[in-house]
Ligand binder design. Sequence first.
Ligand SMILES: [Zn+2]
Length: 267
Amino acid sequence: MKEKPSERLCRNCGSPVGERYCPRCGQEYGSTRITWRTLYDEMVSLLIGDSLFSETGAIPRYGMLQTLWRFVRHPAVTVGEFIAGKQRKYVPPLTLLLLVCTLCLLTLTGLGYELLDGSAAAEEEIDTMIFSLFGFMNSHIEIIALLNVPWLALAYRWVFRSRSQLRYMEYFYIGLYLASLHILLATLLTILTHACGFDPDGMPQFWLGRIITVTLCVYNVVIIRNLLKIDWTRSLAGCLLGQLIAAVLSLTVISLIVTVWEIAAEI
Ligand SMILES: [Zn+2]
């Protein structure tokens, strides 16, 4: 016998469930036994999205690949929608970044490659302490990607202060989406370098860094231009100034940390 709506209680929060989803917590009503189907649904929901499993007319929710693909194709629209409030539609940027890092690391480890980022290209001239710091960063790709985000957000907040009402954290979230793209690009280019048979320690390392820098710069300019509704020249100039300030800020902090580290080591 079919249960009457009033008897249907949500297994997550205990509220009465009239429709397919609990009005209080959003859990789908139905069997909660774990099956192969549960694993399949979770994978599809995580990677692709779960519009396929929602009620007719429900708003689709993008999974990791859909969010990434949309960000790659329409960066300004994706970021603009997220900031304007369409936050259930996309995978939130921090979750996305962690997923991208995990998948990229698993792929690289599986292939037996080390991530080439171009950031350690000039490593021979840098003293051993900074070298070890770069070595640490190279083995923790999420750190390279995250390192620049707070500084760039701070710099953009200042550079565009008279043009935009965007908050520091809104720039920070834009930076998190861009960090996912950074990791993805670095991973794809690393695989490409190996696939083409180049010596990973030679010139490709340098060009790889340049390709990533230019691509990210273009994405920055496009996003800022569309969000702030300014012209290309202003957007380009502002982004370059912002990147410069961010680089100076993060290098200053890294030097300070290294100095303190060295002083502490001597004591
Ligand atoms: Zn519930």
